[in-house]
Every structure is written in structure tokens, then in C-alpha cells.
Design a protein around this ligand. Structure first.
Ligand SMILES: [Zn+2]
Length: 428
């Protein structure tokens, strides 16, 4: 008799791609109902919280694409069938000249290596037959035996060893089902089809797509046709769609740097004051996760632009902090400004405007303008340069920025906004 031992154990924890979970739980619930029917203790399973696992795959251009797939740990439970100190540890079935050893989940005994080769053997009756199945039993004291199905009753003295055997089979099937769900092609689930992507892999492609074609949101793509930047970047990265037959230029060092800075910004963004579900709150969630699912792809792609706007805002505020008060209160003088912002305000007398401007030294001026003034005209917008007489009303500050408040402004436009001239040039 072969006395060498083989370490055989059935891991209780299985890492299952989340896409396979619906098919898996349906299959397991079916097995649990079957266990109830044959009067067995019910096997159990629990599904843990999803977490991303990183994979690498080669695309059509034979380049490595890093992606993540959400997985969840599925833990299989249920008492191993046991009687009088003996535990049903494994179901052995001949395959060629050897036995396939299917451990009952959760049982971790060391079985003699002979069990893997002794097809149809029974330690109880010592007979060797063409059995389709034998069982490995392990005693609490460390003994193990291999027993044929027919001898289970004699050996265990159990009233219904058949139930024990069927329960063992069912537990093995239960465990095998969960193991199977770890694979790609389980029950029509997506398996490890990429369903989420690391930001550091994806955002450089977003930067390169924006550089080539400008930004196009998913909403704009849907309403006006065309390709959303988020989808184009995905196609570039994975060489699919248009980019299956066209080689996209690889992201430049500049693209990489932009992506890295935006990721860092999003990951450390303080969103504690942002309402749940708001744009910035979601940017923070994607940033902290470090990866994006297909659902959050639009938000993920927009992080580059959001970072750029936030940076510009910080720079603008820093610039405005240099602002000092100018003019003499009550005095009417001629000033030249560049318009920073025009905010329409609904009042009981109709629309009025708060106009923020800066002079050439960067000093900030505020004009509370009524609807009938130039502030209400279409030409009066951010970037417009104006000059004219104004009365200095007061010197105030807003968020540490010195503001000179003006009234009775009589401006004329000396230079239209840069954006406007550009648009007119394109139109004509
Ligand atoms: Zn026997």
C-alpha cells in the first residue's frame, strides 16, 4: 500500500468576477433547494463586498492594456457530512486510470496519495470493483478510509448512509459550482471581460483624444451626434471601433503628465461639503477609487477638464487677492476694465446684473447694473474691454478680495471679447 500522502484541500473562499454572480447564485440556490428535498443539512454561501482586481490583456496591436475587474469573495459553508467521528471528506470518481478527487468544501484532511490511483477500491470489503464512485472518509483521530457506496451503510452503521453520500456529492457540486464561477465562461456572465479601468491607464488616452478632437461630453454626443470623448478614449486605448484599423498616436509625455496631475487632484479632492450625487462629489468618489466602471466613464473622462478649471480658478483667485481699492469714494472718474463675469439677478423690478471687472493692474471692480444698461446687452460678456466714466461708491471686500464698488457706469466697448471675435471669424 502506498503510504505517501497528498495534500488535498478544498479552499472555502472563491474569488468570483461580479459579472458571474447572478448565474452563480441562481445555481447555488437550486442546489440548496435540492438539499432540502433529500433532507440534508443546507449548504450555505455568502457573497462579500466587491473589490477590483487588476489584469493585463493584449489588444489587437499587441500592446498591454491594464484593466480591472470587480470581484467578490464567495464563502461556501455548510457542515461536512459526519457520523460517529467519521467525516465524508471526498468523492472519488475514476477518470482514465486514476481517481478524480473532489473534496467536500471546507474539509482539509490529508488523504493518502493511493486514493488518487486506487479506482474502485474499498477498504471495508477489500473488494475491487468497477465502481463509478467511492468515498474518502476521515476520522477525527486521523484515520482515513476509502469505501464503496454499497459499504457505506455497513461501515458507518448509519441508517441512511445514502443520504450522507448524496449530501457529500451535493456539497462537492456546490463547491465545484463556485469554483467554476471563478472562470471567464461561466453561465453566460461576463467573466473577466474588462468592466473597469485604472485611471492611470485610461486618462492619458482621454488627454490625447481631447488634444486631437476637443472635448465632447456624452450628453452632447447623444443630443448632437458624434463621439463622446470618454468613448473615443476607450476605443483608442483598447483599439476597438474606429481605432481597430487605425493606429492612434500614443499619449505624449504631456498627456501623461496632465492625467497624473488630474488623478492626484481628484484623489485628494475635499468633497465633504459637496452634496451627495453632485458632480464634484462623484469626481471625488472616482478619484479615490482610482478606477472607473463603464457607468462612471463619463465622469472619469471629465476629471481632466475639471482639474483644469479648478487650477484656473485657483490661479484667478490668487491673482485677485492682489487686488487693492482704487479711486476716491464719491468721485466720478474715467476707468478702463476687462469684464470678468456678468451674473444676471432676478429682482421684483426685472433682471439686473452684478458685473465683476478688473483694471489693468488687476484690481477688482463690482458694478450693480440695472437691466436697461449696457450690462444687459449681448455684446457685454466675459473678456470684453470697456472704458467710461463711473462713480466710486464704496470700498468693500469679498472673500479677502478687495473690491471697488462702482455706480452710474457709462461704458463703451473698446474691444469685443476674444471668444466673440473668434466665433465671428469662423462664421464669416
Ligand atoms: Zn466495500
Amino acid at each position: 500500500m502506498n503510504t505517501a500522502t497528498a495534500e488535498v484541500s478544498a479552499p472555502n473562499v472563491h474569488r468570483v468576477p461580479c459579472a458571474n454572480l447572478p448565474a452563480l447564485t441562481a445555481a447555488l440556490d437550486k442546489l440548496i433547494r435540492r438539499a432540502a428535498k433529500i433532507g440534508c443539512p443546507l449548504p450555505t454561501y455568502t457573497v462579500g463586498e466587491p473589490y477590483p482586481v487588476e489584469f493585463k490583456r493584449r489588444n489587437a496591436m499587441d500592446e498591454v492594456v491594464k484593466y480591472l475587474v470587480l470581484h467578490a469573495d464567495v464563502v461556501v459553508g455548510g457542515p461536512a457530512p459526519k457520523f460517529d467521528g467519521w467525516t465524508l471528506a471526498a468523492v472519488l470518481e475514476p477518470l482514465g486510470e486514476e481517481n478524480m478527487v473532489a473534496m467536500v468544501p471546507g474539509v482539509t484532511v490529508t488523504l493518502p496519495a493511493s486514493y488518487a490511483v486506487a479506482t474502485g477500491a474499498c477498504d471495508h470489503c477489500k473488494a475491487h470493483r468497477n465502481r463509478l464512485q467511492t468515498f474518502a472518509l476521515a476520522h477525527d483521530d486521523g484515520r482515513t478510509v476509502q469505501v464503496g457506496r454499497q459499504c457505506l451503510r455497513d461501515f458507518l452503521g448509519h441508517e441512511s448512509p445514502e443520504t450522507l453520500a448524496r449530501y457529500a456529492e451535493l456539497l462537492v457540486l456546490f463547491g465545484a459550482t463556485v469554483s467554476g464561477a471563478e472562470e471567464d465562461d461561466f453561465g453566460g456572465g461576463g467573466g473577466r471581460e474588462p468592466d473597469c479601468f485604472a485611471l492611470d491607464a485610461y486618462l492619458p488616452w482621454v488627454a490625447s483624444s481631447i488634444r486631437a478632437d476637443g472635448w465632447c461630453s456624452r450628453t452632447k454626443a447623444r443630443d448632437e451626434g458624434g463621439m463622446a470623448t470618454s468613448d473615443d478614449a476607450m476605443d483608442r486605448m483598447r483599439r476597438q471601433g474606429y481605432w481597430r484599423d487605425h493606429t492612434p498616436p500614443a499619449p505624449t509625455d504631456g498627456d501623461m503628465a496632465k492625467a497624473a496631475a488630474a488623478i492626484e487632484w481628484a484623489a485628494t479632492l475635499d468633497t465633504s461639503a459637496e452634496p451627495v450625487g453632485s458632480y464634484l462629489a462623484n469626481v471625488g468618489i472616482v478619484g479615490r477609487a482610482g478606477y472607473t466602471t463603464r457607468k462612471s466613464l463619463g465622469i472619469a473622462a471629465s476629471i481632466l477638464g475639471a482639474h483644469e478649471r479648478a487650477t484656473a480658478q485657483v490661479a484667478e483667485r490668487a491673482e485677485q487677492r492682489k487686488s487693492v481699492h482704487f479711486g476716491t469714494i464719491g468721485k466720478r472718474e474715467t476707468f478702463t476694465f476687462t469684464v470678468l463675469r456678468v451674473l444676471p439677478i432676478e429682482t421684483q423690478y426685472g433682471v439686473s446684473y452684478i458685473v465683476l471687472m478688473k483694471d489693468d493692474a488687476g484690481n477688482v471692480a463690482k458694478w450693480k447694473a440695472s437691466g436697461g444698461t449696457m450690462a444687459g446687452s449681448d455684446d457685454f460678456d466675459r473678456g470684453v474691454r470697456v472704458t467710461g466714466k463711473c462713480t466710486v461708491k464704496e470700498h468693500t471686500s469679498y472673500k479677502e478680495i478687495a473690491q471697488t464698488v462702482l455706480t452710474r457706469c457709462a461704458f463703451e466697448i473698446v474691444k469685443p471679447a476674444i471668444e466673440n471675435t473668434h466665433e465671428m471669424a469662423v462664421a464669416s
